[in-house]
Design a protein around this ligand. Structure first.
Ligand code: AMP
Ligand code: ZN
Length: 112
């Protein structure tokens, strides 16, 4: 756990979140400021600052997070598809420096 990391505090149960999934390595919860009708994120419990800080040892964890995405998207009613976003570093617009995968959908998303 990293002191002053808001997602570590959610993992530790120190601040509340609308959780939709939890297992030994990963949690998922709704974004507090949704950018789409459905917007949640998948977060490793271990503090990894960003995708750029992930290492070979995290290969299985990263795979687990990506494979969880379509399962949770379906669970949350996103039957026609969803968007995944990983903001990385200041240049990538990352605001919370604890790796997370955004899942968005439920409306018309602009093509990228
Ligand atoms: P990013 O720009 O990828 O770092 O996104 C951080 C996201 O975390 C933003 O979409 C915020 O709305 C979201 N966020 C920040 N604090 C919380 C919180 N306490 N619970 C849920 N989502 C949060
Ligand atoms: Zn953290």
């Amino acid at each position: 756990m990293s002191e002053d990391c808001i997602f570590c505090k959610i993992v530790a149960g120190e601040i509340p979140a609308r959780k939709i999934h939890e297992d030994d390595e990963v949690i998922a919860f709704h974004d507090i400021h949704p950018a789409a009708p459905v917007h949640f994120m998948i977060v490793p419990k271990a503090h990894i600052s960003s995708l750029a800080d992930a290492e070979a040892a995290h290969e299985g964890l990263l795979g687990r997070i990506l494979l969880l995405a379509p399962k949770l998207a379906r669970q949350e009613g996103l039957h026609t598809g969803f968007r995944t976003i990983i903001n990385t570093g200041r240049g990538g617009g990352q605001e919370v420096m604890h790796l997370h995968v955004h899942i968005l959908g439920g409306g018309s998303l602009r093509a990228m």
